[in-house]
Design a binder for this molecule. Structure first.
Ligand code: ATP
Length: 847
C-alpha cells in the first residue's frame, strides 16, 4: 500500500512535473512571442518615425525648391517685365517725376506706353505700371475726381513730354471747373470747351476722323498730330445724339490718332477702351492692382508747357544728317540732273538743291566759320546716298590748311572710302599745281564726252546716255573749297586755272560736269567777277550768314539769316528767288563713318580706291623704279633714251617725272640748291631708276662730306657702281655710263668736268650732278662768261626764279618761290614752262 501510494505520488509528481514543464515551455514560448511582437512593434514605430522624418525632410526640401524656383522665376519675370517696361516707356513716358524731363522720340518709332504707378507684385523693386494711349487706346477712368484728375495730369504730361512739340493736340471739356482742372497745360494753347460746347466739339472730332480717314486712304500715311480729347464730367447725362457721337469716336478714333480720356462718362464697350477704377492711391485694372504715382508737381507741368510752347514758336528742330538720307539708297538716276537735300526749311520739310543742265554750277560763300565745309558735307551726304558710283563721281579739293575730305579716302584706321569719290586733295594750300592738274583732268574728261556726244549727235548728257546705254557716263561733280587760293596770284597757274574753269563752266553744263566752288574770301569771288562769262554760269548760289557778293547786290537775305542757315538761290542770287535752309550738323565723324561704311559695303565690283593727294605727305620712290632681281649683263639691250626718274609729278595720276637721256648733246642734269637731303634724293632716284632699266655703270663722285652717307648708300644699292674722288680719271665704257656728282662745284678739275659735260652724252656718258647754286655751276664751267648749253635739264630746289635766268629761255627766269620738298624741273628739250615735282623719299624704306 505504501509503495502504491508512493508510486502514485511519484506518478502524480511526475505528471505535475511534466505539466509544470509543459506550462513553463508554453510560458517561455508565449514570452518569446511577446518579445518578438514587442520588437516588431518597436521596429514599426521606429520605421514610422524615420518615415515621418524623411517625409518631413522631403517636404521641406521640396518646399525650399519650390520657393527657390518661385523666387527665380519671379525675379526673371520681373526682370523681363522691367526690361520690357523700360523699352515700352522710354524717357519721359516712364521716368519717375523726380528724374523726369521731356525726351525726343526716335524718328519712325511708334509711341510707347505711359507710366501711372507701380505694380504690387514685387515689394523690393516695384514694377512700373504702364497704360497705352497714343495709337492704342482710350482711357475710361472712374473714381474720386481729385484722384482721377491727378492721373490724367500725369498721363498727359508723359504723352506730351515723350513726343515732339506739336505732335499732340489737347482738347479739354471741363464744364464744372471751366478748364481750371488742367489749367497748368494752358501755355500750350489747348482748346478748353465750356458747358455748351460739347455738341460742337464732338461733331468737330467726328469730322476730323472723317478727314483723316480720307487722307489715310489716299496716301496711306497719317501726318496729322494726335488729338487727345479729355472729357471731365461728374454725371453721365449725355443726350442720345451726344452719346451716339461719343460712341462713334470711341469705335473709330484710335485708328485715326484720336484718343478719349474720360472721367465721369462711361465709354461704350470696345476693345480699345482701357477702364481703370481708382481709389485713394490705388487703381484696379482687370486683375491687376496698381499703386498710383503721385501727380506731377504743378510747377513741373507749367515749366514744361512754357518751354514746349517756346519751342513750337521756334518751329521744329532742324533736320539731322540722317534725315537727308532717302528711303532707299542709290535708287536715283542722274540722267537729267542731281537733286539732293542739304537741310530743311523752318516748317521741317527738306529743301532739295538741283544741279544739272540748269543750274549747272554752284557758288558757295560765307566768312570763315560760317559753315561752308559743313554745308558741303551735308550736300555730299544727300548726293552720295542717292546716286551710286555709276551715276555720280566726285572730285574733292580743299585749299584750306586742313583735311576736310580725308575722311572719304582709306586711312590707317578705316579702310573704307566713299565709293563715288575718285579724287581727294588735302593740304593742297601750297600746291596750287594740283588744283590745276585736277582741272586739266576734268578738261580731258570734257573732251572725251564731247567727242562721244558728237559721234552720236547728242547735245547733252541725257541724250548721250540714251544713245549709248552701255557707256559709263556718271555726272562728275568737282568741289573746290577755298578756290580763291587757286586763282590767287598773277602767275601761269592762275591764268591757266581761270581759262580751264571758264571752259568747264561753259561746256561742262551739257556734258554732266558740274563745279561747286566755295570761298570765304571776297577777293576769291572778285577773281570771278572780272570774268562775266564765267560767273554767269554759276547760277546756283548758296550764301551762308554774312556772305558778301554771292547774291545780287539788292538781295540782303544773307545779312539777316541766323547761324547754321543758308540762302539757296537758283537764279544767280536775284532777290525773290531765295529759299532759306536750316543746315544740319553734318560734320560728325562717327555718323559719317557709319554712313560711309554702309555705302562702301554696297560698292560695285571693281570700284577703285580714290586717288588721295596729300600735300603734307612725301611720296616714296616706287619699287618699280628700283633695280630688282639679277644684275642685267652688258649685252642686254638698253632703250635709245633711258628715263631718269626725278620725283613725282603733281598730277591726277601721280606719275613719275622722267628725264630722257639720249645720245644727244646737253643730256645732263643739274640739281641746284643747298638742300642736301633733297638733292641726294633726286640723284638717288635718278640713278636707281636708270639701273632698273638695263645694264649701266655708275661713277659716283662725292665732294661734300654731308652727302657722303647718302652717296655711299647709293653705291651699295646700285648693281654696278664705283666711287671716285674727282671726275678726272673716269673710265670709258660700252654700257651707258652715268656720273653722279655730289657737290661738283667743289671739284678741282673744271676742264675735265666741262669736257665730260660737253662730249659725254654722245658717248652715252651723262652727268647727273648737284651744284649748290647757279653761280657755282657757272664757276665750275669756266666763270661768268661760261656757256651753260651742256646743262640740258635742271631741277631747282631752294633757288629763286630770278637766279635761274641763265638756264631759262625767257628773260627774268621762271616764276618760282622755293618750298620745302618741292622742286622745279625744266628739260629744255620738252618743256615750254618748268613743272613742279615732289622729290621722292628714297632711303628711309631700305636702310
Ligand atoms: N549747321 C550746323 N550745325 C551745327 N554746327 C555747325 C553747323 N555748321 C557749322 N557748324 C560748326 O561750325 C564750325 C565751323 O564750320 P565750318 O568749318 O563748316 O565753317 P567754314 O565756313 O568751312 O569755316 P572755315 O572757312 O574757317 O573752315 C564747325 O565746328 C562746325 O561743326
Amino acid at each position: 500500500m505504501g509503495s502504491y501510494r508512493n508510486a502514485l505520488v511519484a506518478a502524480v509528481r511526475q505528471e505535475l512535473a511534466e505539466a509544470r514543464g509543459a506550462a513553463r515551455a508554453v510560458l517561455a514560448a508565449a514570452e518569446s512571442a511577446r518579445g518578438e511582437a514587442e520588437a516588431r512593434r518597436r521596429m514599426v514605430r521606429e520605421a514610422y518615425t524615420t518615415c515621418l522624418n524623411q517625409l518631413a525632410q522631403a517636404r521641406d526640401s521640396s518646399r525650399r525648391d519650390i520657393q527657390r524656383r518661385y523666387q527665380y522665376e519671379t525675379t526673371k519675370l520681373s526682370g523681363t517685365v522691367r526690361r520690357l517696361a523700360a523699352l515700352s516707356a522710354t524717357g519721359a513716358a516712364g521716368a519717375p517725376w523726380r528724374l523726369w524731363a521731356p525726351s525726343e522720340p526716335e524718328r519712325g518709332n511708334p509711341p510707347g506706353l505711359l507710366r501711372i504707378g507701380t505694380l504690387g507684385l514685387d515689394e523690393r523693386t516695384p514694377l512700373p505700371a504702364l497704360v497705352p494711349l497714343l495709337d492704342a487706346a482710350h482711357l475710361d477712368l472712374r473714381g474720386p475726381a481729385e484722384i482721377v484728375d491727378g492721373v490724367i495730369t500725369g498721363v498727359l504730361l508723359r504723352a506730351l513730354g515723350s513726343t515732339r512739340p506739336g505732335d499732340v493736340q489737347l482738347t479739354v471739356y471741363d464744364p464744372e471747373a471751366l478748364g481750371g482742372t488742367l489749367a497748368s497745360f494752358a501755355p500750350l494753347g489747348l482748346s478748353f470747351v465750356g458747358p455748351g460746347g460739347l455738341n460742337a466739339m464732338l461733331d468737330e472730332v467726328v469730322e476730323h476722323i472723317c478727314r483723316v480717314n480720307e487722307t489715310v486712304l489716299s496716301d496711306l500715311t497719317r501726318t496729322d498730330p494726335w488729338r487727345v480729347v479729355v472729357l471731365l464730367a461728374d454725371t453721365d447725362e449725355l443726350s442720345p445724339a451726344q452719346r451716339a457721337q461719343l460712341d462713334r469716336i470711341t469705335r473709330t478714333g484710335v485708328a485715326c490718332g484720336v484718343h478719349l480720356v474720360v472721367r465721369g462718362l462711361r465709354l461704350t464697350e470696345h476693345h480699345s477702351v482701357v477702364r481703370l477704377d481708382l481709389t485713394s492711391g490705388r487703381a484696379v485694372w482687370g486683375d491687376l492692382e496698381i499703386r498710383l504715382d503721385e501727380p506731377p508737381p504743378t510747377e513741373q507741368v507749367v515749366a514744361f508747357c512754357k518751354a514746349t510752347a517756346e519751342r513750337m514758336r521756334a518751329g521744329p528742330p532742324p533736320a539731322q544728317l540722317a534725315d537727308l538720307e532717302p528711303k532707299t539708297l542709290w535708287a536715283e538716276t542722274s540722267t537729267h540732273g542731281l537733286v539732293a537735300p542739304i537741310g530743311d526749311s523752318t516748317d521741317g520739310s527738306l529743301v532739295d538743291v538741283p544741279l544739272g543742265d540748269d543750274p549747272p554750277h554752284a557758288l558757295i560763300g560765307g566768312p570763315s566759320g560760317s559753315g561752308k565745309t559743313n554745308l558741303i558735307y551735308a550736300w555730299l551726304a544727300g548726293l552720295a546716298t542717292r546716286y551710286d558710283p555709276a551715276e555720280l563721281a566726285l572730285y574733292l579739293l580743299d585749299f584750306k590748311e586742313g583735311v576736310s575730305f580725308a575722311r572719304y579716302v582709306p586711312g590707317p584706321r578705316d579702310p573704307s572710302w566713299l565709293p563715288q569719290v575718285r579724287l581727294a586733295g588735302i593740304n593742297v594750300n601750297g600746291d596750287r599745281e594740283f588744283g590745276l592738274a585736277m582741272l586739266r583732268h576734268l578738261s580731258e574728261e570734257l573732251r572725251t564726252r564731247a567727242q562721244a556726244a558728237k559721234r552720236v549727235d547728242a547735245t547733252k548728257l541725257a541724250e548721250l546716255r540714251a544713245e549709248d546705254p552701255t557707256g559709263r557716263w556718271p555726272r562728275l561733280v568737282a568741289v573746290i573749297d577755298e578756290f580763291q587760293v587757286l586763282l590767287g596770284g598773277r602767275d601761269a597757274v592762275a591764268d591757266e586755272a581761270v581759262t580751264l574753269l571758264e571752259d568747264l563752266a561753259r561746256r561742262g553744263r551739257s556734258q554732266g560736269i558740274h563745279l561747286i566752288l566755295a570761298s570765304q574770301d571776297v577777293s576769291g569771288i572778285e577773281a570771278l567777277w572780272g570774268r562775266s562769262g564765267l560767273i554767269g554760269q554759276f547760277t546756283l548760289r548758296v550764301a551762308l550768314p554774312k556772305a558778301r557778293r554771292i547774291l545780287a547786290d539788292n538781295n540782303l537775305a544773307a545779312a539777316v539769316i541766323p547761324r547754321h542757315h543758308a540762302v539757296v538761290n537758283t537764279e544767280s542770287g536775284t532777290a525773290g528767288a531765295n529759299q532759306i535752309v536750316r543746315l544740319p550738323d553734318a560734320g560728325d565723324r562717327h555718323v559719317w563713318r557709319t554712313l560711309q561704311r554702309r555705302l562702301w559695303r554696297m560698292r560695285p565690283d571693281g570700284c577703285a580706291e580714290p586717288r588721295l593727294f596729300d600735300g603734307d605727305a612725301v611720296p616714296r620712290l616706287p619699287s618699280s623704279c628700283r633695280p630688282a632681281g639679277p644684275v642685267p649683263d652688258a649685252g642686254t639691250p638698253v632703250g635709245s633714251s633711258p628715263g631718269a626718274v626725278l620725283g613725282e609729278r603733281i598730277d591726277v595720276a601721280a606719275r613719275p617725272a622722267r628725264l630722257r637721256l639720249g645720245r644727244m648733246p646737253g643730256r645732263n642734269l643739274a640739281v641746284l640748291g643747298t638742300r642736301t637731303d633733297e638733292a641726294c634724293d633726286v640723284l638717288a632716284a635718278a640713278a636707281l631708276s636708270l639701273a632698273a632699266q638695263g645694264p649701266a655703270h655708275f661713277s659716283v663722285v662725292c665732294l661734300d662730306p654731308d652727302a657722303g652717307r647718302a652717296a655711299a648708300r647709293l653705291v651699295a644699292e646700285l648693281p654696278s657702281a664705283d666711287w671716285y674722288d674727282d671726275v678726272t680719271d673716269l673710265p670709258r665704257l660700252d654700257v651707258p655710263h652715268y656720273v653722279l656728282g655730289y657737290a661738283l662745284d667743289a671739284g678741282n678739275d673744271p676742264v675735265a668736268l666741262r669736257r665730260l659735260l660737253t662730249d659725254g652724252p654722245e658717248q652715252r656718258t651723262h652727268v647727273l650732278g648737284w651744284w649748290r647754286s647757279v653761280a657755282r655751276l657757272r664757276d665750275s664751267l669756266g666763270g661768268p662768261t661760261a656757256r651753260l648749253d651742256p646743262i640740258g635739264a635742271w631741277v631747282a630746289l631752294d633757288v629763286q626764279g630770278a637766279d635761274l635766268s641763265p638756264l631759262y629761255p625767257q628773260p627774268g627766269g621762271p616764276a618760282w618761290y622755293p618750298r620745302t620738298r618741292r622742286a622745279l624741273f625744266f628739260d629744255r628739250s620738252v618743256h615750254r614752262t618748268p613743272e613742279v615735282i615732289i622729290p621722292y623719299e628714297v632711303n628711309s624704306d631700305h636702310t
